[in-house]
Design a protein around this ligand. Structure first.
Ligand code: PAF
Length: 280
C-alpha cells in the first residue's frame, strides 16, 4: 500500500491509473477506522481495480465549538487496518496542503442540507461538500462509497455529484452496528461505560418507531412521541433532533406514505451521536 500526502502527487497517480484503463474507487474518511469503514472498502474493492482510502480530518466541516482538536486520531492503526483491508493507496494530506490560506471557493448545497444536522451544525455541509469535491478532483474516482449512517450527508453528496456533473457513481454502504445494536462511529470512543450503555437508546427508539410503523401507524407525530419517551428514560441522553422526513426531499412529513427517513441526533453526555432508519 502506498501512502500519499501531497494532493498533486495523488492527482498525478490517479491520472496514471486512469490512463492504464483501470477503475478507481474512493472511500473518503476522517480516520479512526472501524468495521463500518472497512465494509465500505470492500464495496469499493468489488467494483473497482484500485481502491483509495482518504484520511483527512476536514477542518471546514467542524463548527467553532465542535470537536476538531480532540477528534480521535491514530494514523499507524488506520494504516495497518488499510493494509489488511487491501487498500491500494492511502491518501492522508495535511490541512495546509488541502486549503490555501486564502482559499475562497466553497461548494454549497442549498436544499437537502438545510434541516436535520444542517440546522444543528451551520456550515457543516458546506465543509463536507467542499472537501468531497476536492477529493473527487484529486482521486478522480469512478466510484465513491459513503456510509448510510450519515443519511443526510449521503443524500447531499449524491445531489452534489448530480448537480455538478461529477462522472462518479455514488454507492451507499449499510449501517454497521456493534453486536448490541449501537451504530459504529469513530465518536463512540468518547463514551464512558455508562454512556455507552445509555447510547443504546438511539437504536431502541428507531426500533420502536419501526415496530409502530409495521403495526400500521402512518402518522409521524405518534412515532416521534414514542421515540421521545424512550429517549427520556436515559438520563445522559439529550435529543438534538428527531425528524421524520421524505426520503428524497428531506422535507418533514406528517404521514408516512412514501419512503420516509427517520433521523435522529442525540447527545449522550457530551457526545453527539446520529442514527437513522428508512421506512417503506
Ligand atoms: O463522513 C465523513 O467521515 C466525512 O464527512 C467525509 C465524507 C470524509 C468528509 O470529510
Amino acid at each position: 500500500m502506498q501512502i500519499i500526502q501531497d494532493p498533486l502527487e495523488m492527482q498525478q497517480i490517479a491520472l496514471a491509473v486512469r490512463a492504464a484503463g483501470k477503475r478507481i474507487g474512493v472511500v473518503p474518511t476522517m480516520g479512526f477506522l472501524h468495521a463500518g469503514h472497512l465494509s465500505l472498502v470492500r464495496l469499493a474493492r468489488e467494483r473497482t481495480d484500485v481502491v483509495i482510502l482518504t484520511l483527512f480530518v476536514n477542518p471546514t466541516q467542524f463548527g467553532p465549538k465542535e470537536d476538531l482538536a480532540k477528534y480521535p486520531r491514530d494514523f499507524e492503526r488506520d494504516a495497518a487496518q488499510c493494509r489488511v483491508a487491501g487498500v491500494d493507496l492511502l491518501f492522508a494530506p495535511e490541512a495546509g496542503a488541502m486549503y490555501a490560506p486564502d482559499a475562497s471557493v466553497y461548494v454549497t448545497e442549498e436544499k437537502l442540507s438545510r434541516g436535520l444536522c444542517g440546522a444543528s451544525r451551520p456550515g457543516h455541509f458546506r465543509g463536507v461538500c467542499t472537501v468531497v469535491a476536492k477529493l473527487f478532483n484529486l482521486c478522480l474516482p469512478h466510484v465513491a462509497v459513503f456510509g448510510a449512517k450519515d443519511a443526510q450527508q449521503l443524500r447531499v453528496l449524491r445531489r452534489m455529484t448530480r448537480d455538478l456533473n461529477f462522472p462518479i457513481e455514488i454507492v451507499a454502504g449499510p449501517i454497521i452496528r456493534e453486536p448490541d445494536g449501537l451504530a459504529m462511529s469513530s465518536r463512540n470512543v468518547y463514551l464512558s461505560a455508562d454512556e455507552r450503555q445509555q447510547a443504546l437508546v438511539l437504536q431502541s427508539a428507531l426500533g420502536e418507531a419501526e415496530r409502530l410503523f409495521r403495526a400500521g401507524e402512518r402518522a409521524a407525530a405518534p412515532l416521534k412521541t414514542a421515540m421521545e419517551h424512550l429517549i427520556a428514560q436515559a438520563p445522559a441522553a439529550k435529543i438534538d433532533y428527531i425528524e421524520i422526513v421524505d426520503d428524497d426531499s428531506l422535507e418533514p412529513v406528517a404521514t408516512l406514505e412514501k419512503p420516509a427517513l427517520i433521523a435522529l441526533a442525540v447527545f449522550v453526555g457530551k457526545t453527539r451521536l446520529i442514527d437513522n432508519v428508512v421506512l417503506r
